[in-house]
Design a protein around this ligand. Sequence first.
Ligand SMILES: NC(=O)c1ccc[n+]([C@@H]2O[C@H](COP(=O)([O-])OP(=O)(O)OC[C@H]3O[C@@H](n4cnc5c(N)ncnc54)[C@H](OP(=O)(O)O)[C@@H]3O)[C@@H](O)[C@H]2O)c1
Length: 324
Amino acid sequence: MKAAVYRQYGPPEVVRIEELARPEPRENEVLIRVRASTVSSADWRVRSLKVPAGFGLFARPVLGMFGPRKAVLGTELAGEIEAVGSAVRKFKAGDAVFAFPGFDMGCHAEYRTLPEDGRIMPMPAGVSFEEAAAISFGGSTALHYLRDRAKAKPGDDVLIIGASGAVGSAAVQIAKHLGARVTGVTSTPNLERVSGLGADRVIDYTKTRFLEGGEKYDIIFDTVGSTSFSACESALKEDGRLLLSAAGLPQILASSWASRRGKKGVVSGNATESVEHLRYLKELVEAGQYRPLIDRTYPLERIVDAHAYVDAGRKRGSVVITMA
Ligand SMILES: NC(=O)c1ccc[n+]([C@@H]2O[C@H](COP(=O)([O-])OP(=O)(O)OC[C@H]3O[C@@H](n4cnc5c(N)ncnc54)[C@H](OP(=O)(O)O)[C@@H]3O)[C@@H](O)[C@H]2O)c1
């Protein structure tokens, strides 16, 4: 099978298309013929080792000391079940599915095996493989932070910084679904796009100092790592929470320290990857309350161009790659 493989950390050009052996499903596994995947911000970080400040020391021990331990990137996919192991009961050949191996990676290939009890779900009705492939990464991170950690509820005022990214664009839609009043922060070219996702209000961060306008929020979700507790404190309501999904270690430590007194809280750390998230997101898609935002689509053969576009840090939602 064809796969996008990288054997050293570095720029987009370290990724090459190679022929690899097609994996065989074990008795409890399904073999998925991958139709689409995404190049996400996680692929960019893992490929380049550009991790948030303070996490550099941990990157190589976790990802591979002298080179990548996992040669095929890709956190999410959509495709069709090609074959199933003898003990598999939930899926059969021909089923259309989407899946989120997450940091197990391996989706930038024509085939991927997964346990039937893994993070895999029938595809929502009425979406393409390209859309289904882009459901999980942003959607699951947004669910983890907004629903699971911050317990967002109807009537909450939620500010989302980076509302045009994969996480931010999902967060806008999920916060609306949870009943919040949503303000999205983005730059001039993305204002309309973020309104189109359902934000009640959008603010252009290139023109407005959005934390100094006097508005107070129950939740500030910084999806890009551009702020801190000290900067947000006066914009948080009395028991407001600051969610830092992309912060560096100094930012996290300083924010946690600054918030230690009083009711305002800080939430950070890696998002949980769970099959329940996929079930929830599937239902949201089918109810018309969540549609992943897609920026561009590249064929697998142009994976280097896809990485280069993601590296620029300006993508809107997801960059999808398709397999023939
Ligand atoms: N903690 C976790 O488990 C977890 C999970 C997923 C992702 N992450 C991290 O979260 C971050 C975001 O991920 P992503 O996939 O959403 O990234 P992404 O899609 O690459 O984000 C790109 C978007 O960020 C916006 N942006 C950049 N600087 C901004 C700023 N100063 N203010 C507002 N918007 C800004 C850009 O909009 P403009 O062009 O308009 O500026 C662009 O649309 C990454 O650092 C990723 O590593 C963490």
